[in-house]
Design a protein around this ligand. Structure first.
Ligand code: GLY
Ligand code: MN
Ligand code: MN
Length: 395
């Protein structure tokens, strides 16, 4: 039905989802998404140059911009302008890159708020509905995370020197399917040795992991709900002393964060705690010279919402609440060439677990995959059934 009896032009505000520019008209269907959107645009008197994606970007930037990071934001926006005519032609982007101080920023915020249309607020409000999971959603989260943790545990048993990254990925995804998951929650990462230090390494193309340690960030999607689990496993079944030192430090950071995972704790406290523990540990190991260098080796943050998306929508500027589901994922990555003793180079460790926030304590959803270094080593000693699968040689 391309027509509907609502006159949005009579409303003071119209909140709506940013609909991408690239939907096309299916001419055989007079009520496809394109037609509905065109009708909506008319009824909401949406100006033809309103670009939802750009307006959301400007809103997000304005929310994060302060006089002290203004120049960096302008630099970023100018790069985006170089790459896109739509960005260059947008009045609000131009206003933003011309801001000089907090008064200009405040004026631009007011200008944005006075618009009739708002996609940013829509995303914020819808996102907030996804923060606290219903009992039915919690059941699905337990299931998807359990499937993922079992896959990690099975691969700890199966891993051997000489396997390929893709084989490890394939084994994990096979277990997902065997246990009923339809998809992966996000592109799987299996990075051996130096590849474990590349944050979004998704190629998984190394054909021989040799005797290296492998970082696997692999989670299932079950009935629309995504898990997000990372384990870092020595292919030999035994960590080297340097690998163990880094692994145990990341583990200690996780252990320090878990007790904070309950209602009433500000979300930002989790990453503060991770940063504090990792900084002290790296300092003690002589890898950094001062605590502010921690970001050289810990370049991300430790927690995000999890649910329908792997990075689920939600507001991070708030206290934790019962039945939120979040990740706890500290990590340390020391690529070759780093300014520390060579013995640490090419070690990348992340341990990532999924937890349900409780009233006074947390529920570890990914408990079926061991985390402690000694437990990982112990499971590596067991054999997986896949190790006895003998296939004929390929042609
Ligand atoms: N797998 C994506 C993340 O850990 O955030
Ligand atoms: Mn994550
Ligand atoms: Mn992950």
């Amino acid at each position: 039905m391309a027509q509907y009896p609502l006159d949005f032009s009579a409303f003071d505000k119209v909140l709506f989802a940013g609909i991408p520019d690239d939907i096309h008209d299916d001419l055989s269907d007079s009520a496809d998404l394109y037609d509905l959107y065109q009708t909506f645009r008319k009824k909401a008197a949406l100006s033809t140059d309103y670009n939802a994606e750009i307006m959301e970007l400007v809103s997000t930037m304005l929310e994060r911009t302060t006089p002290s990071n203004l120049q960096r934001v302008i630099g970023y926006m100018n790069k985006r302008r170089e790459a896109s005519a739509k960005m260059r032609d947008n009045e609000f982007v131009t206003d933003l890159v011309n801001c000089k101080d907090s008064a200009d920023l405040a004026r631009l915020r007011d200008k944005l708020a006075s618009l009739k249309w708002n996609t940013f607020l829509y995303t914020r409000l819808i996102g907030s509905l996804r923060e606290i999971k219903t009992p039915e959603e919690i059941a699905l989260m337990r299931k998807t995370v359990s499937i993922s943790a079992i896959a990690h545990a099975e691969v700890m048993k199966a891993i051997q020197p000489g396997m390929s990254e893709a084989e490890l990925q394939g084994l994990q995804e096979y277990v997902h399917k065997k246990l009923g998951a339809e998809y992966v929650g996000y592109p799987s990462i299996a990075g051996a040795g130096a590849n474990g230090c590349i944050l979004h390494y998704e190629e998984n193309t190394r054909v021989n992991i040799k005797r290296d340690m492998v970082l696997m960030d692999i989670g299932a999607e079950y009935h629309g709900y995504s898990a997000d689990v990372t384990r870092t496993v020595p292919s030999t079944g035994k960590f080297t002393p340097q690998q163990r030192a880094i692994y145990d430090l990341v583990y200690r950071a996780q252990e320090a964060i878990f007790p904070l995972c309950h209602e009433g704790i500000p979300f930002s406290d989790l990453n503060k705690k991770a940063t504090e523990v990792l900084a002290q540990g790296l300092l003690d190991l002589g890898i950094i010279k001062s605590k502010d260098q921690v970001y050289l080796y810990y370049p991300h943050s430790c927690s995000h919402f999890l649910g329908l998306d792997v990075h689920d929508l939600g507001n991070y500027d708030q206290d934790l609440k019962e039945n939120m589901v979040i990740t706890v994922e500290p990590g340390i990555y020391i690529p070759a060439g780093s300014g520390c003793d060579k013995k640490w180079w090419d070690i990348g460790v992340r341990i990532e677990d999924d937890v349900r926030i409780g009233k006074t304590k947390y529920e570890l959803l990914s408990w079926q995959a061991p985390r402690r270094s000694s437990d990982v080593e112990q499971l590596c000693q067991q054999k997986s059934a896949v190790n006895s699968m003998i296939l004929p040689p390929g042609q």
